[in-house]
Design a binder for this molecule. Structure first.
Ligand SMILES: Cc1cc2nc3c(=O)[nH]c(=O)nc-3n(C[C@H](O)[C@H](O)[C@H](O)COP(=O)(O)O)c2cc1C
Length: 366
C-alpha cells in the first residue's frame, strides 16, 4: 500500500482509527518556516469528533505531537512528522464487520485486497480519522500561503436536498472566508443552515445518514500554477480531493452546469483592472488550460451519506457466504459534511503549496 501524495511536497498519512495513533509525514518542506502551533491545533479542532450533537459522539482531543522536523519554533528541513494518539476507542462495536462488510463502506474491498489481515476496527486505515493528518498538513500549508496573501475558506452548499444560495465567487471577500473558517457550520443564509442541521438531526434520530456538497474558494491565487494535461491544476486538486473518504464528485467553476450554456454565456470575458488581467465572470473557477488564471479558485465537492447507519441493511458473510441482515452499531456521523469542511480547505492548501514549490526557485518568499 502506498499512501504518498505530491510532486514537490510529499504528504504521507498513516495510522488506524482504533490503533495507537494517526499521523502524517510532510517531506520537502523548506527549513526556516515559523509555525504557529496554536493555529494548527485550532484547525484540527474544527475537524475533531464529538463537538456537537450532529457529530459522532466519539470524543477525541486530537492533540498533536510533532515527532520530527521542528526545532526552536521553526521547521528544520527534515521531514515534519506528527502523531495524534487515539484515546477513545470502542472496538467491540466493530466485531461483526470483520465478516460482514458494511454496505457503502470499505470493509468488503479491504477484506478482498488485504486478505482479511487489515485492521477493521473503526474502519481501520480507511477511517475518516485519517483526515486529521491532511488537516495538519493543510494548516502548515495555509500558514505558508498566508505569507503570499493567499486565503482559503469553504462553505456548506447543501445537505441532502436542502440547498443554500450559490454565491458568485467574484463577490467573496477575505473577510467572508474568515467568517466561514470560524463558523462550526458555515453557510450563506443562516435559515438554510438551520434547515440543514435539522435534516441531519432527523437522519440521526432515524438511524440514517445524509450527504451534501462543500464549496471551497481560494483568493489571491498567483497566475501560472499547474501544467497542461496530466498535471493540470484541476487534476492535482481533484486527485487530493478524491483521496478524502466519501468524496464522490468534484466540479470546478460552474461544473456540470457549464454544459448547459452556449459559448458566449460560458466564456469569461477579460478586462483590465488597475494593471491586472481579470475576467468579468468566473465560470471557469480560476483555471484555464489547467493553469491558474489569478481569479478565485472555485471548487465544489460532493460527499455521499455516511455509510455506517443503524437501519437494517443486507450484506453477505465473507467467510460463510451466507446472506445476512445487519444494523450497524458504534458511533458515527449522521452527516460527514460539517467535519469535512476543514479537510476540503486543507486539500486546496496542500495542492497550492505543492505546485508553488515546483514553480518557485527562489525560496525566500516566506
Ligand atoms: C471527516 C470524515 C468523517 C467520517 N466519518 C464516518 C463515520 O462516522 N462513519 C462512517 O461509516 N464513515 C465515515 N466517513 C466516511 C468513510 O470513511 C468512507 O465512506 C469509507 O472509508 C469508504 O470510502 P468511500 O466512501 O470513499 O468509498 C467519514 C469520512 C470523513 C472524511
Amino acid at each position: 500500500m502506498s499512501n504518498i501524495w505530491g510532486m514537490n511536497l510529499k504528504v504521507s498519512i498513516f495510522g488506524e482509527s482504533h490503533g495507537e495513533c494517526v499521523g502524517v509525514v510532510i517531506s520537502n518542506l523548506p527549513a526556516g518556516i515559523r509555525l504557529d502551533l496554536e493555529a494548527i491545533q485550532a484547525e484540527l479542532n474544527r475537524r475533531k469528533p464529538g463537538k456537537s450533537a450532529l457529530e459522532t459522539p466519539r470524543k477525541e482531543d486530537d492533540a498533536f505531537k510533532i515527532m520530527s522536523g521542528y526545532f526552536n519554533e521553526y521547521t528544520t528541513g527534515a521531514p515534519l512528522a506528527m502523531i495524534i494518539e487515539n484515546t477513545n476507542t470502542k472496538s467491540k462495536d466493530y466485531g461483526d464487520i470483520k465478516q460482514m462488510p458494511r454496505p457503502g463502506h470499505a470493509d468488503y474491498t479491504a477484506y478482498m485486497k488485504y486478505k482479511g489481515f487489515h485492521d477493521y476496527r473503526g474502519g481501520g486505515h480507511f477511517s475518516g480519522r485519517l483526515t486529521a493528518g491532511i488537516v495538519f498538513a493543510g494548516a502548515v500549508a495555509k500558514q505558508i500561503l498566508s505569507k503570499l496573501g493567499i486565503s482559503i475558506g469553504a462553505v456548506i452548499e447543501s445537505v441532502g436536498m436542502v440547498a443554500d444560495e450559490r454565491i458568485d465567487s467574484l463577490i467573496v471577500t477575505e473577510a467572508q472566508l474568515e467568517a466561514w473558517r470560524t463558523s462550526a457550520f458555515p453557510v450563506v443564509h443562516p435559515e438554510k443552515g438551520a434547515a440543514m442541521r435539522q435534516l441531519i438531526e432527523d437522519m440521526r434520530v432515524d438511524h440514517n445518514s445524509v450527504g451534501g456538497v462543500i464549496r471551497c474558494i481560494g483568493l489571491n491565487i498567483p497566475v501560472g500554477l499547474g501544467e497542461p494535461f496530466f498535471d493540470s491544476f484541476e487534476s492535482r486538486l481533484a486527485y487530493m480531493l478524491f483521496s478524502i473518504p466519501a468524496v464522490k464528485g468534484v466540479a470546478f467553476g460552474l461544473g456540470f452546469d457549464v454544459a448547459k450554456l452556449d459559448g458566449k454565456q460560458a466564456n469569461d470575458d477579460f478586462y483590465m483592472d488597475g494593471g491586472l488581467f481579470k475576467t468579468k465572470t468566473n465560470n471557469a473557477g480560476g483555471i484555464l488550460g489547467g493553469i491558474t488564471n489569478g481569479m478565485p479558485l472555485d471548487v465544489q465537492v460532493a460527499f455521499k451519506p455516511t455509510p455506517s447507519i443503524g437501519q437494517e441493511q443486507q450484506t453477505v458473510n465473507v467467510e460463510t457466504l451466507e446472506e445476512k441482515t445487519i444494523a450497524i452499531e458504534g458511533r458515527h456521523d449522521a452527516c460527514i459534511i460539517p467535519r469535512a469542511v476543514p479537510v476540503v480547505e486543507a486539500a486546496m492548501a496542500i495542492t497550492l503549496l505543492d505546485l508553488l514549490l515546483g514553480e518557485e526557485k527562489d525560496v525566500s518568499w516566506w
